[in-house]
Design a protein around this ligand. Structure first.
Ligand SMILES: [Zn+2]
Length: 176
């Protein structure tokens, strides 16, 4: 899982009006999740299921790889929609949100690479959390390139997220 912590503590209502008035809300939600899946599939070692739903406070998302599933908070989904649309997004926020999505996708990859073995998440050091952060960092430039952010923006987002990960507490933090 990824705790939102300070990174996503900025409060705000989830806005899922992804594609405006062109499509009904249900379709917009489906479009959003399919876009997020496409963006994160390389980090997950393939397609997976993704739902946006209410999660406990401070949860940006969680992975349930044994169900092929990533769950993101409504807040995260709403903000990721803005990242996809280049709407009102800072470098830090784009990095945090892409990082949240990719972190959970990385857990799906960890599970698959372990031969669908859930005990991969039982290791007492929980270093799989750090590994997921590093995979998220590694996948970030590709995601932001796909969304047509500028090289300058992508480089800044990468450096920002690299610093975030380096400064996080265990088991998330450290140098990649
Ligand atoms: Zn995690």
């Amino acid at each position: 899982m990824a705790l939102t912590g300070a990174r996503l503590a900025r409060s705000g209502a989830a806005v899922l009006a992804l594609l405006g008035a062109l499509v009904p809300p249900a379709t917009a939600g489906a479009r959003l999740t399919s876009t997020m899946i496409a963006l994160a599939s390389p980090t997950a070692d393939g397609p997976f299921r993704l739902v946006c739903r209410t999660l406990p406070p401070r949860f940006a998302g969680q992975a349930l790889p044994w169900r092929d599933l990533v769950e993101l908070s409504q807040y995260s989904c709403g903000r990721i929609a803005n990242v996809i649309r280049h709407r009102d997004v800072s470098v830090a926020e784009a990095a945090d949100l892409a990082g949240s999505l990719l972190h959970e996708a990385a857990h799906v990859a960890q599970y698959r690479e372990a031969g669908n073995d859930p005990t991969v998440f039982s290791h007492p050091t929980r270093r799989f959390e750090h590994d997921a952060e590093c995979r998220a960092l590694a996948g970030m430039p590709r995601v932001l390139r796909t969304l047509h952010y500028t090289r300058h923006f992508i480089a800044a987002a990468y450096r920002y997220f690299e610093r975030v990960v380096a400064g996080e507490p265990r088991p998330y933090g450290g140098r990649c």
